[in-house]
Design a protein around this ligand. Structure first.
Ligand SMILES: Cc1ncc(COP(=O)(O)O)c(C=O)c1O
Length: 347
């Protein structure tokens, strides 16, 4: 049986959150002399002389409406990379605990584990990039606290079968972190709809991809209210800055425009999926539920440098396990994609 308090580090369970000036004062006031801000104003304009809402209440209320969850089930991070780091710090004692991930996958799970001195265990995805569930569960040790599953997976682009994810959730008594950074481009439903069933489930999403806000740094974690309360306790108090909170809130009312953009990107993805296999340099195009495509080519290093010379940057993923000869290509605009296809055709 999963019990959240059993896996939270004892020092984290015991500690109290930083109490900010804005936390200590509640009520109406017109003169704020409590936070050592500059009351003359801000050289950056607007009300940037004031600290932002540490609880991001307006933003969370809007996100809750869009995602169909309670505000208490949402954590907001300075990118989802911040959530990944805080999850390690919440449950993994440095030099003692371990995490499991499934390469080829997103590189920050490994970087963040290394930074936090968490032992890194890896089980490679199958040749069609699915989870070998029995092999994964057999690797679990008493010190394994987190399993990271990326779906749709970066850099392979495919969604992970939901039966496999469910088996992991049911048979592992640590945190199962599902990274859904690319979920908006996928037909699969989000696992946020199943939070009530699985107290060990954490779903990560981000505004960096479909919403087009990578520069603002806004990522999300969804989980039980109890787990989110712990993340909120250990986060830096003002981790989401005022400009990000304001701009994101405005963007979050443009759901129709989001739909249009996602539809266009998915259409462009389809065009690339059809055109790429016809090119002589291309050996295989992997199915994609994301805004990028993994492409196996005859000479990845040479093609990569050739494209660079043409001013086109793609990601060379050929050194990752299971990705020999592979480049990862983000779906661009119609024009960009045509230039990419022409350049590969001329290679
Ligand atoms: C799978 C995955 N998760 C998370 C991120 C990072 O998201 P953020 O910009 O919110 O830190 C990326 C970025 O490439 C990603 O591919």
């Amino acid at each position: 049986m999963f019990n959240l308090n059993d896996i939270i580090r004892p020092n984290v369970l015991k500690m109290k959150a930083y109490s900010s000036a804005r936390d200590e004062f509640k009520g109406d006031a017109s003169i704020f002399l409590d936070a050592n801000e500059n009351n003359l104003g801000s050289l950056a304009g607007e009300n940037y002389n004031r600290y932002p809402d540490p609880h991001q209440k307006k933003l969370k209320a809007r996100i809750a409406g869009i995602k169909g969850v309670q505000p208490e089930q949402i954590f907001l991070g300075n990118g989802s990379d911040e959530a990944i780091d805080l999850l390690f710090r919440m449950v993994c004692t440095p030099g003692q605990d371990a995490m499991l991930h499934l390469p080829p996958t997103y590189g920050m799970y490994e970087v963040s584990a290394n930074l936090n001195d968490v032992a890194l265990e890896a089980v490679q995805l199958t040749p069609n990039f699915q989870i070998p569930v029995q092999e994964l569960l057999a690797q679990v040790k008493p010190t394994t606290k987190i399993i990271f599953i990326c779906t749709p997976n970066n850099p392979t682009g495919n969604a992970i079968e939901s039966e496999s994810i469910e088996q992991v959730l049911r048979n592992f008594n640590g945190l199962v972190v599902l990274d859904e950074a690319y979920i908006d481009f996928s037909d699969s439903p989000s696992w946020t709809t199943r939070l009530a069933e699985f107290p060990n489930l954490v779903v990560l999403q981000t505004f960096s991809k479909a919403w087009g806000m990578a520069g603002l740094r806004l990522g999300l974690a969804f989980a039980s209210a109890e787990l989110i309360a712990v993340l909120d306790k250990i986060k830096p108090p003002y981790n989401i800055n005022e400009a990000t909170q304001e701009l994101a809130l405005k963007a979050l009312f443009q759901t129709e425009a989001l739909k249009d953009m996602v539809e266009k990107i998915v259409q462009e993805r389809q065009l690339l999926m059809q055109a790429l296999p016809a090119l002589p340099a291309v050996e295989k195009v992997f199915p994609s539920d994301a805004n990028f495509i993994l492409v196996q080519v005859k000479d990845a290093n040479r093609l990569y440098h050739y494209l660079l010379e043409k001013g086109i940057v793609v990601r060379n993923r050929s050194s990752l396990p299971g990705c020999a000869g592979c480049l990862r290509v983000t779906v661009g605009t119609l024009e960009e994609n045509q230039k990419l296809l022409q350049a590969i055709a001329a290679f």
